[in-house]
Ligand binder design. Structure first.
Ligand SMILES: Cc1ncc(COP(=O)(O)O)c(C=O)c1O
Length: 499
């Protein structure tokens, strides 16, 4: 590397007594980076330790320690009689990586080839979600404005105080036992599923649960069946696990089991992933007869059924339906839960309810994958459930979401009238709306973008272009005033675009 000679000003070395780093470390870092960047070129003579100590107003020991360290790393040479000099040959690799733009073309990183997994990931790099405060109507977000943060903080502080040496060594990969017990009780009381803590596997969100299920229940080349449109990340997880996927026909009542039975043998799935509590993204609830039919099909054909109950809690009309898992008597259903929507996304905790004999196999796979979820969040969540605050929060959410859904539906009807149509579903945290015509729908999407409205086009959740119509609007995270304001802005932008 071409190093430019410039006179180095030792008096400009700034050491800070208040810095937590000791002075000798600061000096060492300063000199090392001066050598690496070429400001102190090879062969350059350094002041004596006494001189530099006096220039910098530090003790001589500070300078001796820094020099000694750099001599041992090979940056400095201390030849007897000729003082300390910058080593004649600093290895090229010891030079720091400069900002990419500053590097000459020849030293830019090589364009290495990615695996097919890597190439698939590269296609989706624009989908890394934004962090920061969301714009209406970004889907998938719960009401963060209504989360009892103060109570959560108190619980968190009290739990941090309880951390002892035992927890420093790790947590059971299956999950913190009291949390598993609390989840099992909640599953019975709220979702009608009888299970105990030995069947619960705490995961890093539902997403990790899906990956483990794909790897452990099926072999590469096996087929997984999914609704289409459906939850795209599930399909991607299955693709990445080397599974084939097949789109399953569905209607207002859920997956068409008659069509499923008619699939050619080669396309029949060995695992079916479904969202019966509120189809993602169209929102319908699977009817009881269809649930029973699907369970019977799974039992007869020895097919795994994965019930993703991501919004089963949020039903606004009539009584909440028990989870489909509660009806299972064959042991072929796995329940998948997520706290991302039941509490807040940053918690990154979810869980599976597994057939008892599989729980430890999954625990080992979890351990292999990323060991376990941090103990502290599991402990806080556990207390949140045990103290009754979780159930109270869910009740509050149900009321708020029903109101927010109504506000959004009213505002859309009032503004867009018959240009737009949608079904107000009895559950869920989002509304899927459609333009009266294809052209109107394009105008709706364009004007939403112009008005800074966040939405997901249904097209990202389907493989079938004919099923790609619609815009998914999340309403749960936005209060009534924000919803009305956002719809007004959208409508103004819509009036400005030609249809
Ligand atoms: C259909 C569906 N399943 C599961 C999840 C939750 O996933 P996770 O627990 O990994 O955040 C979501 C959330 O976005 C979802 O929309």
């Amino acid at each position: 590397m071409n190093r430019k000679r410039t006179r180095f000003e030792f008096e400009s070395i700034g050491l800070n007594e208040n810095d937590p780093q000791p002075l000798f470390r600061q000096l060492e870092d300063y000199l090392r980076s001066a050598i690496q960047t070429g400001m102190l070129p090879a062969g350059e003579k350094l002041p004596s330790t006494r001189q530099l100590a006096s220039t910098l107003q530090v003790s001589r020991n500070t300078v001796i320690s820094a020099y000694d360290q750099l001599i041992s790393e090979g940056y400095l040479d201390a030849a007897h009689g000729s003082g300390t000099r910058v080593s004649a040959d600093i290895p090229e690799l010891a030079a720091p990586v400069l900002a990419d733009a500053a590097l000459p073309e020849s030293t830019r990183q090589l364009e290495m080839e990615l695996s097919s997994y890597g190439q698939t990931m590269a296609q989706f790099e624009d989908f890394v979600p934004d962090v920061g405060w969301p714009r209406p109507f970004r889907p998938h977000l719960p009401a963060l404005d209504l989360f009892p943060l103060e109570a959560w903080r108190k619980l968190a502080l009290s739990q941090v105080r309880l951390v002892d040496e035992n927890q420093l060594s790790g947590v059971d990969p299956q999950g913190y036992k009291p949390l598993r017990q609390a989840i099992a009780e909640y599953m019975w009381a709220s979702r009608g599923v009888r299970c105990d803590e030995d069947q619960i596997l705490v995961t890093s969100g539902a997403q990790q649960g899906m990956a483990l299920l794909a790897q452990i229940l099926l072999d590469q080349g096996d087929t997984a069946g999914l609704e289409d449109p459906g939850y795209m990340p599930a399909r991607q997880i299955f693709d990445l696990a080397g599974l084939k996927t097949v789109s399953l026909a569905h209607d207002e009542d859920g997956i068409r089991v008659d069509e499923l039975a008619r699939l050619p043998k080669k396309q029949r799935p060995r695992l079916i992933y479904t969202t019966p509590g509120g189809q993602w993204p169209l929102g319908m609830t699977m009817s009881l007869p269809r649930r029973l039919e699907l369970l019977q099909y799974a039992k007869t054909n020895r097919v795994w059924l994965i019930e993703d109950d991501y919004n089963g809690e949020f039903r606004y009309v009539g009584r909440r339906l028990p989870a489909m898992t509660s009806l299972d008597q064959s042991g072929c259903v796995v329940y998948m839960g997520s706290f991302s929507k039941l509490t807040f996304p940053a918690i990154r905790l979810g869980f599976l309810v597994l057939p008892r004999q599989l729980a430890r196999t999954f625990s080992y796979a979890r351990w292999l994958s990323d060991r376990f979820s941090p103990a502290i969040w599991q402990m806080v969540l556990c207390r949140f459930i045990q103290t009754g605050q979780f159930v109270k929060h869910l009740q509050k959410m149900r009321i708020a979401y029903a109101e927010r859904q109504q506000t959004l539906c009213d505002a859309l009807r009032q503004r867009f009238g018959d240009q737009m149509h949608f079904t107000q579903q009895p559950s869920g945290m989002h509304l899927t709306v459609f333009g009266k015509t294809k052209r109107i729908e394009t105008a709706l999407a364009n004007s939403a973008k112009a008005a800074n409205i966040d939405f997901h086009p249904v097209s990202i959740y389907t493989h079938d272009p004919k099923r790609g119509a619609g815009l998914v609007l999340g309403f749960a995270a936005y209060d009534n005033a924000k919803i009305i304001e956002a719809v007004d802005c959208w409508y103004q932008a819509y009036c400005g675009v030609s249809v």
